[in-house]
Ligand binder design. Structure first.
Ligand SMILES: [Zn+2]
Length: 256
C-alpha cells in the first residue's frame, strides 16, 4: 500500500518534457547541500574568492563557458569513460585530461596563493562543478557510447539519450526546485555526513562507475521511458546528489 501511495505522489510531481542537464538543477542542488556543511573558515575563504555568490550560483559556470571556443580545452575535464570491468587506475589516463586529473589541478590552483584572485576563483568554480559531475554516474560510463550519449531513448514523448536522462530529464521532470530538493537532502546527522564523506575522489569515481554499469543494464536502445523508470531510479538520483553535496563540502573544508 505504502508503495502505491509513494508512486502516486511521485507521478503527480512528474511533468512531461524537459531539455535540461545535470547542469542547472542537479549542480545547484549539490552546491546548496555543500553550503550546509562547510565550516566558518571555508565560508570566509569562499567569500574572498566568490564574493557574495553562493556555491549553487557558481555550480553551472563550467558548463556555461563550454560554448566559448576559448575554453574548448576544458571539454574533457567533465568526465572519464572507461571499460565497466576496469578500475580507473588500470586504464592509461587521457592526454586531454579527465575529471580526476581536473579535480587535482583545480585543487592545486585554488590553494596556490601566488596566483591572482580571478584565476583561483575560476578554478574554484570549476571544482564545485566537477564534484557534481563526478556524482552523475553517466560521467563515469563507457567510452564507446560516450557515457550513454549515443544510446538513443525516448523520455515520455521527447527524444533523448541515456546520458541526458541522467543529466536532467529525470530531475527536471520531478519538478522540484533546487532549493526544495537540497533542503530535503541536507537533513543529515553528523554521523551520516561523516559516513558519506568517507573515501577519496577515486573511490567516489569508482562508485559512480559501478552505478553506471547498472544503468546501462536498465534500458534497451530506442526504449520509451516513463514514470516507472523514474520510480525505480529516483532514489539513486537523490543519493548521488546528496553525496555530491556533502563530499563537495569535505573537499572545500580540506582545501581551506
Ligand atoms: Zn559538466
Amino acid at each position: 500500500m505504502k508503495k502505491i501511495v509513494v508512486l502516486f505522489l511521485f507521478c503527480s510531481q512528474l511533468a512531461i518534457g524537459s531539455d535540461g542537464y545535470w547542469a542547472k538543477t542537479g549542480h545547484r542542488v549539490v552546491g546548496e547541500i555543500a553550503q550546509e556543511y562547510i565550516n566558518g573558515k571555508t565560508k570566509r575563504a569562499l567569500k574572498e574568492l566568490l564574493g557574495t555568490a553562493s556555491l549553487a550560483e557558481v555550480a553551472n559556470f563550467a558548463d556555461e563557458i563550454k560554448s566559448d571556443t576559448l575554453y574548448r580545452k576544458f571539454g574533457a575535464w567533465h568526465y572519464v569513460n572507461y571499460p565497466l570491468d576496469k578500475k580507473y587506475h588500470e586504464v592509461t589516463p587521457s592526454k586531454w585530461g579527465d575529471i580526476v586529473q581536473a579535480i587535482e589541478t583545480c585543487k592545486q590552483k585554488v590553494s596556490d596563493k601566488t596566483l591572482a584572485r580571478t584565476e583561483r576563483s575560476f578554478y574554484l568554480k570549476f571544482l564545485v562543478h566537477l564534484i557534481g559531475d563526478l556524482h552523475q554516474p553517466m560521467h563515469a560510463g563507457r567510452a564507446e557510447d560516450r557515457g550513454g550519449n549515443d544510446i538513443q531513448l525516448q523520455w515520455f514523448d521527447s527524444g533523448t539519450n541515456l546520458h541526458r536522462v541522467w543529466d536532467g530529464d529525470m530531475i527536471n521532470s520531478y519538478g522540484m526546485s533546487f532549493s526544495e530538493l537540497a533542503d530535503r537532502l541536507s537533513r543529515l546527522s553528523r554521523k551520516e555526513v561523516r559516513t558519506l564523506q568517507q573515501g577519496s575522489v577515486i573511490d567516489w569515481l569508482e562508485e559512480s562507475h559501478e552505478i553506471a554499469g547498472r544503468i546501462y543494464g536498465s534500458v534497451n536502445t530506442g526504449e520509451k521511458l516513463m514514470f516507472r523508470y523514474s520510480y525505480l531510479w529516483w532514489p539513486t538520483v537523490e543519493d548521488s546528489l546528496q553525496k555530491g553535496g556533502v563530499r563537495l563540502a569535505k573537499v572545500l573544508n580540506e582545501l581551506f
